[in-house]
Write a protein that binds this ligand. Structure first.
Ligand code: KG4
Ligand code: ZN
Length: 329
């Protein structure tokens, strides 16, 4: 089954063709980072206008790279939420129009579920495919969720952030330290030339699987305001260390408690090297992590996830709408 995936939930216009939920035939992304960097963050109205300009060319590029015509496709998968309403609308309306014009089934995909299914993508995954039950740590710009997955499309939310998401915390810390946008890669880059010598607080929220990152961010802001940060690189390394420490410690504890077989990492922050390495080193269980390019927003993960829905006989309707605050569980 060849599925065309479309992703426009935030600031990347993306299209990809994936076969049987595993093989990536193409994966095209038109990033708006350079445009939003001027404002230090995403401007929703600008994002939706850029999606309108980029969506058709990016679909054509994805189909050309995969060497497929519309008649070669078995279906379309598109992100319906969560995300920015105006951005989601562009992808969903184009997907519905193409499905109608080319007589193809279309399925609406939850963006967070797409992030999880990035772990099924790639050559050789047939043998190394995820084994249930597994624990997903989803860390993106909008979410920090610990989710128990007992089977395909079977989720139990164990914990979530009570304030800032991990990616959001990286973005805010980068702004405090004047490191630019997007913050995650900027902090990671700066941290390479610094040492984690500054003590920053960790919110353990004992007895829960929840996270909180507003305290560490505020502590960093205080230090910056009081002029107590000598080297931005040390502050970046210390901040990264504090966030990764909490994410890894709590994830490994939850994996033990729920006796899962594997830990799966997903979302933009999963591209962070320290997080990947520390989780692999600390976990007694196998840790699955997508290739870095499949951690941040892309359409291959949406097409891959859509395959499992279509294979199960689910089909969306042309009346389907965007759901900006869609939950995973
Ligand atoms: O999943 P994603 O691409 O978009 C959302 O669904 O939100 O995640 C974006 C978030 C941003 O906050 C970005 O700063 C963060 O992921 N991020 C990183 C890294 N790359 C992206 N955070 C830490 N280290 C990175 N290397
Ligand atoms: Zn995302």
């Amino acid at each position: 089954m060849k599925i065309l995936g479309i992703e426009t939930s935030c600031d990347e216009t993306a299209a990809a063709v994936v076969e049987d939920g595993v093989s990536i035939l193409s994966n095209q992304i038109a990033s708006q980072v350079a445009i939003h960097a001027r404002y230090g963050g995403i401007v929703p109205e600008v994002a939706s206008r850029q999606h309108i300009l980029a969506i058709i060319p990016i679909i054509e590029q994805a189909m050309a790279e995969a060497k497929v015509a519309w008649s070669d496709l078995d279906g379309l998968a598109v992100t319906v939420g969560p995300g920015l309403a105006g951005s989601l609308l562009v992808g969903v309306n184009v997907a519905k129009a193409m499905a109608l014009a080319h007589h193809l089934p279309v399925i609406g995909v939850n963006h967070l579920e797409g992030h999880i299914y990035a772990n099924w993508l790639g050559e050789g995954t047939a043998d190394s495919a995820p084994v249930f039950p597994l624990l997903c740590l989803i860390v993106s710009g909008g979410h920090s969720d610990l989710v128990l997955m007992k089977g395909h499309r079977d989720y139990l939310m164990l914990g979530r952030t009570r304030d800032d998401a991990a990616g959001e915390a990286f973005d805010k810390a980068a702004r405090i330290l004047d490191l630019g946008y997007p913050g995650g890669p900027a902090i990671e880059q700066a941290a390479r030339s610094g040492s984690a010598s500054i003590q920053l607080p960790r919110a353990w929220l004992k007895g829960t699987n929840d996270f909180s990152f507003s305290g560490v961010k505020t502590a960093l802001l205080r230090l910056a305001e009081e002029g107590k940060i000598q080297a931005g690189t040390d502050a970046a390394a210390s901040f990264q260390e504090a966030v990764v420490d909490v994410l890894v410690t709590k994830t490994v504890a939850a994996a033990r408690e729920y006796r899962v077989k594997q830990i799966l990492l997903a979302g933009g922050v999963a591209a962070n090297k320290l997080l990947r390495q520390r989780l692999m080193a600390s976990s007694p269980l196998p840790v699955l992590v997508p290739a870095p390019v499949l951690c941040t927003d892309n359409a291959a993960m949406i097409a891959g996830c859509g395959y499992y829905h279509l294979r199960a006989g689910e089909v969306g309707v042309l009346e389907m709408d965007v759901i900006p605050s869609l939950k995973l569980a």
